[in-house]
Design a protein around this ligand. Structure first.
Ligand SMILES: [Zn+2]
Length: 73
């Protein structure tokens, strides 16, 4: 008997981690419970679109800060 904890990746590949419904490899959401399947079964944790919008949001916030600082001087 091992004292090591069970691996946390006990989720069956191709199954929803919440309800266990079988999902296709190309599906991003569970058809039963609408659970986001990002990060399960080899899927990326974030999409490229989400990464681009996050970077754009940071750039916009930075630009606003620069404008406020410049206009206050
Ligand atoms: Zn589900």
């Amino acid at each position: 008997m091992s004292a090591l904890p069970e691996p946390r990746s006990a989720v069956t590949p191709g199954a929803c981690p919440i309800c266990g419904t079988a999902v296709g490899a190309d599906e991003t959401r569970c058809p039963e419970c609408n659970c986001d399947l990002a990060g399960t079964a080899g899927r990326p944790m974030y999409s490229k679109v989400a990464l681009i919008w996050t970077i754009l949001a940071f750039v916009v916030v930075y630009a606003v800060v620069v404008v406020v600082v410049v206009s206050s001087n």
